[in-house]
Design a protein around this ligand. Structure first.
Ligand SMILES: *Cc1c(COP(=O)(O)O)cnc(C)c1O
Length: 351
């Protein structure tokens, strides 16, 4: 297709592959709320095994997976520590506060790579009638708003042991945990062993049309199933989705290509006047382009890019986000770099 946009807005936009659609058509299904959908069962088992947990539950979205996790770890009036730039705090409609009556206690720079333990220790205040008791810590790996940044296993281990010492559970928002494992070239269990529960998305870089998994101990997942039902997330013949999810899970070993393309895109963009990519090189598949020097708002810049056939999203002050994914080819990366260059030239010549 000649005029197709190079769509770098998100890795959520990936379309199901032909194999996925065929598997969906063939899927033997049943009513999953009755525990009778073989595809869903298989996906939950394979997903749990993948991340080294006892059980997993299939959910319609990562947002619901995180919400169910927080609800299952906490009670009304409890406090939850998390990074102030985390997806759960920033992008999930305050769900756990609304539905679960929990208080988010955002920590600045929790994922800055230094000082996390001290921040957590400070965040957990001594028992006192004035303070909401902190029960849960949420981590995010890779970190979306920071640009696909990885928290290494040593740091996760240190944080997890601190959290346990303080009596906290740890939930990992691992929407892109396989990107982290792939970039570090380690088994994903080296990361997921340092948390009590982990949510990961099948519908991002892995390419499934819909779905996320939440994994943890059997008793935790039993609670999670109840909370999924409470939120209206119990699905019936969900095996048609799980069939695609199973193929998506296999794609976890192929994320390196997305990371290589992200580095290539970043290299090309950094060479253009006025554009800066940070972090550089991008650690995984997310590229944050800083636009301050070109004197265009992120919104305007994205509008110009759209005209050149490139899609990206404004991502905060002077920041534009681009994400590589399985529907982006080497050719698309070249087109994107050329398109951005054309866009900058046009803007400069018009002043
Ligand atoms: C996308 C994302 C989610 C939520 O997933 P949805 O399926 O879009 O609800 C959660 N956490 C992080 C870090 C994400 O990037």
């Amino acid at each position: 297709m000649e005029n197709k946009h190079v769509d770098l807005r998100s890795d959520t936009i990936t379309l199901p592959t032909v194999e996925m659609r065929e598997a969906m058509a063939r899927a033997v299904v049943g009513d999953d709320v009755y525990g009778e959908d073989p595809m869903v069962k298989q996906l939950e088992q394979e997903g749990a095994a993948c991340v080294g947990k006892e059980e997993a539950v299939f959910l319609p979205s990562g947002t619901m997976g995180n919400l169910v996790a927080v609800l299952s770890h906490t009670g009304r009036g409890d406090a939850v520590l998390l990074d102030s730039e985390s997806h759960i705090f920033y992008y999930e409609a305050g769900g756990a506060s609304v539905v679960g009556g929990v208080q988010f206690w955002p920590l600045e720079g929790l994922h800055a790579g230094v000082g996390a333990v001290e921040k957590i220790e400070k965040g957990v205040r001594p028992p006192d009638q004035h303070f909401a008791p902190v029960r849960l810590l949420c981590l995010e790996n890779t970190h979306n708003r920071l640009g696909g940044v990885i928290m290494p296993p040593q740091e996760m281990e240190e944080i997890y042991s601190t959290a346990r010492h303080l009596g906290l559970r740890v939930h990992l928002d691992g929407a892109r945990i396989f990107n982290a494992a792939s970039a570090l070239d380690i088994p994903v269990t080296d990361l997921t062993c340092h948390c009590d529960s982990v949510m990961f998305c099948l519908s991002k870089g892995l390419g499934a049309p819909v779905g996320s998994l939440l994994a943890g101990t059997a008793s935790f997942i039993a609670k999670a199933r109840r909370n999924r039902k409470l939120l209206g997330g119990g699905m019936r013949q969900a095996g048609v989705l799980a069939a695609a999810g199973l193929l998506a899970l296999e794609h976890r070993h192929a994320l390196k290509d997305d990371h290589r393309r992200a580095r290539e895109l970043a290299r090309g963009l950094s060479a253009l006047p006025g554009l800066r990519v940070d972090p550089s090189p991008p650690p995984t598949n997310i590229i944050i382009v800083h636009t301050a020097e070109i004197k265009l708002s992120p919104e305007k810049f994205c509008d110009f890019l759209e005209e050149k056939g490139i899609r990206a999203i404004p991502f905060g002050e002077n920041r534009v986000r681009m994400v590589t994914h399985r529907d982006i080819s080497d050719e698309d990366i070249k087109r994107a770099i050329n398109g951005v260059e054309a866009c900058l030239l046009q803007f400069q010549s018009h002043g």
